[in-house]
Design a protein around this ligand. Structure first.
Ligand code: MTE
Ligand code: LUZ
Ligand code: MOS
Length: 761
């Protein structure tokens, strides 16, 4: 996988070890696994009704089709017909009722995918339709919720509004977003002897898959092995929702005793799986005459879809990030998880954070527009400083918000840029430029404290090479490269000596999903622990061989083990150690220190640290056609001490563009019947090479603070997505330059149609 001749020549620090394999098509995904003899192919037959009672199912014709091996329903589930994680509210296969268009009802197992597809067309299901709800506000009004509402509060906003010089209130809505991982959901389940099961799954959460599969099959978790080589993107969509397909494949294999492969087509994946949660929200913001935000309240109506999935956790993060980068002394934010008849919405890069931030940014923009000042004057006046308090009680520490802001505005000459834009807008009637600044502040750690732990298994082999297993799943974010770097650094070896193994539940158990941007921190620190244990075991031997009494003087560098005067080859030390019967394998463990959260009080210190940054967006809008071009996005980002600039820069660029897409192009549209209308890439627009800003400049902020990040290299996966909000506000500002009286409705995405309507509103 990673240690291959082709990567040996490029053993620089700042590379992604996977890149040569990706670009030459040699990377293997689940569907690329060679098929074992006797492999069957499965398809899930899904509901064509968004809410209803199942009156009759007829699959007798399908069952008789030549090549159909078996058709299974909920009645055949040997264990519990239940896959819900946080709330037990989602069946593996629907029984009496269906709750969304796309919900699996039957599992068809056939000799080929084509036969399974043919069988699908012969199945008839009669439904008695019930009322369909697709809007979260309507759901909330009708008492249709997934779990309880939550409120975070600091100070007393209600009493403070009266004292504010300016108070504004309104609504702000943001839309869903399709993950569009390149590899669709899928799994390949293989029966093992003694009733065991091996499942190759495209998942971010191998342990979640193992748990769900064992539960539906009535097996012990120890009988179910999950293997993940890597996945072709997840973006949160496979944190929880890969389990459904793996459990179905496992179900098929368990019943037929044959290997079963289930891979969703793109169309099925789009219709059947959940997406980013759309939110509808109300806000009220109060400022004093110096533009300090004195009070803020917001209510969030989260469109959770038909089952809880990760919605309660996503909801929580919306509250954790409801004030973005700003200190608000009086704040009260409430979020409602609403149950609708859409596919269960799920984790998506940012995990509710972007939705929370959109509302405070809309509130600030609204205030700025009414006061006829740039929004960045308000943003800047309220940035977090050390010692401030978050609404949930954590104190602000090692805050880089102002540093990022000042560095950005100086480095990219904000004042000059504003003047240029003003000038351009005076000179041009039908082309207008808009500028927006977008700071970010994102908390690193699973907000559910117990999830912040990881383990790693390290073997040092006789030839001095090293095998590493962790709970981390590589999904394009470069975590494998980072793990290789950590092990190489610990032993003083070159990267080619380290092999990163598949992620497998029999080598590393009870793992948290690869999520919350914390994977490199958690697994990397567990890996460091394992390496240190091995080093501690061989240090006395090294001391003996090097004739060095003070073991602190011994270091592991450049393939050597060095003391002051003498050194030996790493390989020689390893071989001697093995002859002396020293254990050269170790299991490392890490659990994040200090963090805690009390859900009763809604107070605590949930995050190991925060990541900060700031960005400038400049867009040029064609006010006749409603089209636009992003001229430049410039960023100053707090990476801590980046351990791999290539990987980290890739995360910033990818996250940024994904966030911009969410705010502008990507419009997830369901009709009133719960059918997804934006169900192809012709009707669901995502950023392409023409959309990407002509210039993206990223400056690595110099910081030297201590933090809990791996090698002080801060988590980078999700934070940059939130820069994307700047795309929305820069377009709005260009619209306002054309029509200062335009009526702004703060409902993202701002598609070209909406731009035109707003320009002439
Ligand atoms: N980058 C790529 N290329 N593909 C992905 O699927 N997922 C994102 C981010 N970057 C993703 C990605 C999400 S949602 C998260 S939480 C982090 O990567 C997870 O990985 P990390 O914890 O190693 O940052
Ligand atoms: N998943 C999760 C996440 O279970 N808890 C989190 O806090 C989180 N944050 C971001 C992304 N996924
Ligand atoms: Mo990312 S939303 O934590 O998978």
């Amino acid at each position: 996988m990673t240690n291959n001749k082709n990567t040996k020549s490029t053993l620089k620090k700042d590379i992604n070890l996977d890149a040569p394999f990706h670009v030459s098509g040699r990377t293997k995904y689940v569907d690329d696994l060679p098929e074992l003899e006797g492999t069957c192919f499965a398809k899930a037959y899904y509901s064509r009704c968004a809410h209803g009672e199942i009156k009759k199912i007829n699959f007798s014709k399908a069952e008789k089709l030549n090549g159909v091996v078996k058709i299974l329903s909920h009645k055949d589930v040997p264990g519990e017909n239940q896959i819900g994680g946080i709330v037990r509210d989602e069946p593996l296969l629907a029984d009496k009722e269906v709750h969304f268009y796309g919900q699996p009802i039957l599992l068809i197992i056939a000799e080929s995918e084509t036969i399974a597809e043919k069988a699908m067309k012969l199945i008839e299901v009669d439904y008695k339709e019930k009322e369909i709800i697709v809007d979260p506000r309507e759901a909330y009004k009708k008492g249709s919720v997934l779990s309880s509402s939550r409120t975070f509060k600091l100070g007393n906003p209600t009493s403070k509004f009266k004292k504010c010089a300016y108070v504004f209130e309104g609504e702000a809505d943001s839309g869903g977003q399709e993950h569009l991982y390149l590899e669709t959901q899928g799994a390949y389940a293989i029966p093992k002897d003694q009733g065991g099961l091996l499942i190759h799954s495209s998942t971010q959460g191998p342990t979640a898959v193992q748990k769900v599969t064992a539960n539906v099959l009535g097996l012990n978790m120890s009988q179910v092995e999950i293997n993940v080589n890597r996945i072709g993107g997840g973006f949160g969509g496979k944190e929880d929702q890969a389990s459904h397909w793996a459990a179905l494949a496992g179900f098929g294999a368990f019943i037929t005793k044959r290997p079963v492969k289930l891979i969703l087509s793109r169309h099925e994946d789009l219709q059947m799986t959940g997406k980013r949660h759309p939110y509808r929200s109300d806000y009220k913001i109060g400022l004093d005459k110096d533009l300090k935000i004195i009070a803020y309240t917001a209510s969030f109506y989260q469109n959770g879809g038909a089952a809880a999935d990760l919605s309660p956790a996503v909801l929580e993060r919306t509250l954790f990030h409801a004030s973005n980068s700003y200190f608000i002394p009086n704040i009260e934010v409430t979020a409602h998880p609403c149950k609708t008849n859409l596919p269960p919405n799920t984790a998506f890069r940012g995990f509710g954070g972007p939705q929370g931030k959109f509302v405070i940014e809309a509130a600030i923009h609204r205030a700025a527009n009414e006061l006829n000042i740039p929004a960045h004057n308000i943003q800047k006046a309220n940035l977090f400083k050390n010692g401030d308090e978050f609404s949930f009680g954590q104190k602000v520490e090692n805050c880089e918000a102002t540093k990022c802001w000042n560095d950005l505005s100086k480095r990219y000459e904000l004042k000059r840029l504003e003047k240029e834009i003003e000038h351009f807008n005076k000179e041009n009637k039908y082309f207008k430029k808009g500028i927006a600044l977008q700071p970010i502040c994102f908390g690193i750690s699973f907000t559910n404290t117990p999830m912040n732990n990881a383990r790693a298994l390290v073997h040092v082999y006789n030839d001095g090479s090293v095998g590493v297993s962790t709970g981390a799943v590589e999904m394009g974010q470069g975590v494998n490269t980072k793990m290789v770097q950590v092990a190489a650094q610990a032993f003083g070896l070159t990267l080619d000596k380290i092999r990163l193994e598949d992620t497998n539940t029999t080598r590393v158990a009870n793992t948290s999903p690869t999520a919350a941007s914390a994977t490199a921190d958690l697994n990397g620190k567990a890996l460091q622990d394992a390496c240190q244990q091995i080093k501690d075991r061989i240090l006395p031997l090294a001391g003996e061989l090097l004739k060095e009494k003070n073991l602190k003087n011994i270091s592991f560098v450049d393939g050597k083990v060095k003391a002051k005067r003498k050194n030996i080859d790493w390989v020689d030390l390893v071989q001697t150690a093995l002859l002396r019967r020293i254990n050269m394998s170790a299991k490392g463990h890490y659990s994040t220190p200090r963090i805690n959260f009390d859900k009763k009080k809604e107070k605590g210190h949930p995050f190991a640290y925060h990541v900060y940054g700031n960005s400038i967006f400049v867009v040029t809008l064609d006010c006749i056609r409603g089209t636009y071009e992003f001229e430049a996005v410039k960023i100053v980002h707090d990476f801590g001490a980046s351990m791999n600039k290539a990987v980290d820069l890739g995360q910033i660029e990818g996250g940024l563009v994904q966030g911009m897409g969410w705010m502008t192009l990507e419009d997830v549209v369901y009709n009133k019947k719960g059918l997804l209308k934006s169900n192809t890439l012709a009707t669901y627009k995502v950023p392409d090479v023409y959309f990407v800003p002509k210039e993206i400049e990223v400056h690595f902020l110099k910081t030297n603070t201590d933090n809990l990040a791996i090698l002080k290299s801060k988590a980078v996966g999700e934070p940059p997505l939130m820069y994307g909000l700047g795309a929305y506000f820069s377009i709005i500002n260009a619209i306002l330059a054309f029509n200062p009286n335009a009526s702004i409705s703060y409902d993202a995405p701002i598609t070209t149609e909406k731009i035109l309507m707003t320009l002439y509103s």
